[in-house]
Design a protein around this ligand. Structure first.
Ligand code: A3P
Length: 278
């Protein structure tokens, strides 16, 4: 609901006080937030769990372990005793509270190909919408998407905002791509851990801790967990709706040639001067 969204953003912007040790897993919706939340949680908390067999990610959805910042601002969650705190904002850069940008907290942003985001979002929002609302045809949803009309949109400003911050402040913002995580998750997990100041020791590497984290957070493992097959994260959104195909380039099964041409043109227009964002 747009008004709840704006209210949440407003509270976040005005009331949230970041701590130096905070970590923000930022993303545009449907970019792989759930996956990156799981990975980040597993990396920073790895000393707390003696065995992977009793890991909280086996019994909790990543969105429960890495909450939306607005829930904390509303007082729904008490994170005062947790260190480091890990939050998951979808907030665009200009709406982030000043305290986040001014202190030494870290931001990891996950970006995904806008073609795949569209398909993922169209299917997701249709699944979670109230029954009283009629489904949007793909053409209608696509038109809105191309005009930047989507939760936390326009998506190009969202991506460019974090991209520019990552170039200006590489120690503060790590810009990741869903597709790179798919290609070589071990490498990216190591990179994330180093960026966050939680690097793996040689002993951990020898004991295949990186591989264990990658496996624990993989699409196949997470989708098949009981907690992610049933249960609800927030409002009436079911955990299972966060796990669909988990692949890159599924968009080819949905896009017509004219949709492909239109979105390619928009990307050229918006990202043409932005180096290798895509
Ligand atoms: P698809 O709809 O293309 O399958 P978000 O978490 O930002 O809502 O993004 C959801 C997308 O990430 C969905 O994409 C979902 O299937 C995919 N996803 C969720 N968990 C994943 C994982 N562990 N590995 C890879 N992709 C995952």
């Amino acid at each position: 609901c747009p008004s709840t969204l704006v209210k949440g953003l407003n509270i976040f912007h005005k009331q949230f006080q970041a701590k130096e040790s905070d970590i923000f897993v930022a993303s545009f919706p449907k970019s792989g937030t759930t996956w990156l939340k799981a990975i980040t949680f597993a990396i920073v908390n790895r000393q707390s769990f003696s065995s992977i067999d009793n890991h909280p990610l086996l019994t909790s959805n990543p969105h429960q372990l890495v909450p939306h910042v607005e829930m904390v601002c509303r007082g729904d969650l008490d994170c005062s005793s947790i260190e480091p705190r890990v939050f998951g904002p979808h907030t665009p850069v200009p709406s982030l509270p000043n305290s986040i940008m001014e202190c030494n907290s870290k931001i990891i942003y996950i970006c995904r190909n806008p073609f795949d985001i569209f398909v993922s979002a169209w299917i997701f929002f249709d699944k979670v919408k109230p029954e009283s609302l009629t489904s949007l045809k793909i053409e209608e949803a696509f038109e809105m998407y191309c005009n930047g009309i989507i939760e936390f949109g326009p998506w190009w400003s969202h991506m460019l905002g974090y991209w520019k911050e990552s170039l200006a402040k590489p120690d503060k913002v790590l810009f990741l791509k869903y597709e790179d995580l798919k290609d070589d998750a071990n490498f990216q997990v190591k990179r994330i851990a180093e960026f966050l100041g939680f690097p793996f020791t040689q002993e951990e590497e020898n004991n295949q801790v990186i591989e264990s984290i990658v496996k624990l957070c993989s699409f196949e493992e997470m989708k098949n967990l009981e907690v992610n097959k049933s249960g609800i994260v927030f409002q009436s959104v079911e955990n299972k709706s966060f796990f669909r195909k988990g692949e890159s380039r599924d968009w080819v099964n949905y896009f017509s040639p004219s949709m492909t041409e239109k979105l390619s043109q928009i990307m050229e227009e918006k990202f043409g001067e932005s180096g290798d964002i895509f």
